[in-house]
Design a protein around this ligand. Structure first.
Ligand SMILES: [Fe+2]
Ligand SMILES: [Fe+2]
Length: 161
């Protein structure tokens, strides 16, 4: 089925962000693993998988709407150099994807593409209620208990390697 051009422009923009989010979580999760922060590794590796699913949903929808997704426009990945910076960079990505999703949802309504809208609402729920909320909690915990205590809580039981 031929898609609406305005909707498709937003889907491409979202794909650029989801692919970057996936790679940022891949980089950060592997850094946490190397540092022995097993709990953080596990969580971020899971987020990486969810971002892959988000990108996948967008790709499938674009193909269904008879448009070839462009994989060469991915947004920049912002790799942090310490845990707080990494969590903050990830939260910045989630906030910006959340805003872009809301914009795209409004366009879908305007263009009466309700199936795409439904898919985007699912992505928004993951983005706001899961990813961003978890990151907000981690940054608040660091303020509450201090970095050393937080890091100790994230070492987990064993080395994942
Ligand atoms: Fe996502
Ligand atoms: Fe996310």
């Amino acid at each position: 089925m031929k898609g609406n051009a305005n909707v498709l422009t937003h889907l491409q923009k979202l794909l650029n962000s989801e692919l970057a989010a996936r790679d940022q979580y891949m980089a950060h999760s592997r850094m946490y693993k190397d540092w022995g922060l097993h709990e953080l590794y596990e969580r971020l590796n899971h987020e990486m998988e969810e971002e892959t699913e988000h990108a996948d949903a967008l790709i499938e929808r674009m193909l269904f709407l008879e448009t070839q997704p462009d994989f060469s426009q991915q947004d920049a990945v912002k790799v942090g150099s310490n845990v707080k910076e990494m969590l903050q960079n990830d939260l910045d990505v989630e906030y910006s994807v959340g805003a872009a999703l809301k914009e795209a949802i409004a366009v879908c309504e305007q263009e009466q593409d309700y199936d795409t809208r439904e898919m985007l609402v699912r992505l928004l729920d993951d983005t706001e209620m899961d990813h961003a909320y978890w990151l907000e909690k981690q940054l608040r915990l660091i303020d509450m208990v201090g970095m050393q205590n937080y890091l100790q809580s994230q070492m987990g039981k064993g080395d994942p390697t």
